[in-house]
Unconditional design. Sequence first.
Length: 80
Amino acid sequence: MKLGVLNVKDLKNRRRQLRKDATETEILLWKELRNNQIGHRFVRQYSVSGYVIDFYCPKYRLGVELEGGIHRKSTFRLTE
């Protein structure tokens, strides 16, 4: 299965801003996921096909998206 375009350079500043403006829930989960604490590598704010997901585990191609108020605001999508 092809995932599409991963970690698009055009979204680099957006990913950086999302990490900087992380929600309290994202911060708490990141404390548990970072540095392989659960036995698998995760990265924050990873882009897949123009969307930015909160956490991504490359080994299993697993994306984790937390729900919350930020998702009710206008969405950002890279146009092709």
